[in-house]
Design a protein around this ligand. Structure first.
Ligand code: HSE
Length: 446
């Protein structure tokens, strides 16, 4: 077994099948790149009857994950089951049995990464999770290694293909959210239960990992401010376009502190107005993009497929190859030669507080439903003036038979706390419907 690493695969679903395909079909290319062999020795899945169009001869197939997690002939376990449990228990077992672990599971890393990283280090094994953020885009490697010389100034991106597909389609076709979501489900983009995607949770998982890696902090998924896209209407997209903006679901993270010392981390996921000619606005359909700005490198952008069998499997196998390069049968102890999983030495990662949302500074898009009668706009703008919130634009839609008509306002920068205080006063006006849509606007200087 010299010069070889033996892989056991948990999950032969879409991505697992892609990983098996690469390990079987690209073995010679990988050997030429690595100077050693990566061999798929075992795979487990509850459904072994389905034809995956692959020749599994020489691969031990099982319907029980335990046959892989504790097997003597497996050096590296790939977890592609997804979700929090049993994925967490499986990865813990693999690490405790001295096996390297590679996963595409963003939920697992966002929620349990802080348990898994020290466990891997204690057992002298590696943990890889490139595919957890941006699918096939090698953005974590770029952030961890390519940008290692930089203090990161911001990281943001479109991290969920389902939401980007829905928003793009709503914009291009003037279609309603519910209709496009249904189509996305029929096309297999969105899950039957689309909550994690459309409510921003999947993006928050990924952003919490990016932020911690960028700023040397601990992963704090539970503290990410998270709003999804389900309240956006075709009319909001049209109004944003009239004002020169496109609406994208973004994950945004920025460091706060003095003299380059990070003291707080800003993390938020929400539908965001971005200038129609900005780079991020050009990322359409189900594509993802991650933007990293560093103090030396300046602005960088990583673009590609954030999901799907082949792109995601590509990132999983890149992790396997990184580990294989330094830790195969004839060199089992090479973990220290890898960059630390979260880009900073484990003992240098800090417990940094999250910036309270009330302190976040933003520009805003407000959609108010108001009674079409004299003095309404004046009452609203007078409250905004009380809160020192200045307006960039106001758009009033034409009269309709409806009791309320939409009025769109774009504000200049203010704090979220101040904006929310103004909105709670505005919604007490009898001529304003209490259901106000608040979207945030970013220009990122690009
Ligand atoms: N469901 C995700 C998306 C892919 O739509 O981008 C996996 O995180």
């Amino acid at each position: 077994m010299l010069n070889e690493i033996r892989v056991g695969l948990l999950g032969l679903g879409t991505i697992g099948t892609g990983v098996a395909r690469i390990l079987i079909e690209q073995q010679e290319l990988m050997r030429r790149r690595l100077g050693k062999t990566v061999r798929l020795v075992a795979a487990a899945d509850r459904d072994l009857d389905r034809d995956r169009g692959l020749d599994f001869s020489g691969v031990r197939l099982s319907d029980d994950a335990k046959d892989i997690l504790t097997a003597d002939d497996v050096d590296l376990v790939v977890e592609l089951i997804g979700g929090y449990e049993p994925a967490r228990s499986f990865v813990v077992t693999a690490l405790e049995h001295g096996k390297h672990a590679v996963t595409a599971n963003k939920a697992l890393i966002a929620k349990h990464g802080e348990e898994l990283f020290p466990l891997a280090a204690k057992n002298g094994v590696a943990i890889g999770f490139e595919a957890a953020v941006g699918g096939g885009i090698p953005c974590l490697k770029a952030l961890r290694e390519g940008c290692a010389a930089n203090a990161v100034l911001s990281v943001y991106g479109i991290l969920n293909g389902t939401c980007n597909f829905i928003l793009t389609k709503m914009e291009n076709e003037g279609a309603d959210y519910a209709d496009v979501l249904k189509e996305a489900q029929e096309l297999g983009y969105a899950e039957a239960d689309p909550t994690f995607d459309v409510e921003g949770i999947d993006t928050a998982h990924k952003l919490s990992i990016l932020a911690a890696m960028a700023f040397g902090s601990k992963i704090k998924f539970d503290e990410v401010f998270t709003e999804g896209i389900s309240k956006i209407t075709a009319s909001d997209i049209e109004s944003a376009a009239e004002l020169g903006y496109r609406i994208k679901l973004l994950g945004i993270a920025k460091p706060h502190g003095v003299d380059g010392e990070v003291e707080q981390v800003e993390m938020r996921v929400h539908p965001t107005l971005v200038p129609v000619d900005s780079q991020i606005a050009q990322v359409s359909d189900s594509y993802n993009a991650v933007m990293v700005s560093g103090d030396f490198v300046e602005h960088t952008m990583y673009f590609g497929r954030g999901a799907g069998e082949r792109p995601t499997a590509s990132a999983v196998v890149a992790d396997i190859m990184d580990i294989a390069r330094v830790c195969s049968g004839d060199a089992p102890d090479g973990v220290d030669k890898l960059a630390p999983p979260m880009a900073f030495c484990e003992n240098e990662r800090r417990e940094l507080p999250t910036l309270p949302m009330a302190d976040v500074q933003c520009e805003y898009y407000l959609r108010l439903m108001v009674k079409d009668e004299p003095g309404v706009i004046a009452s609203v703008t007078s409250i905004l003036a009380d809160h020192r919130i200045s307006l960039e634009a106001v758009l009033q839609k034409e009269r309709s038979a409806a009791q309320h008509v939409p009025v769109i306002m774009l504000t200049h920068e203010t704090s979220e706390g101040n904006l929310q205080a103004a909105i709670s006063r505005i919604t007490q006006l009898s001529s304003v419907d209490p259901d106000v849509l608040i979207l945030r606007k970013e220009s990122f200087g690009a």
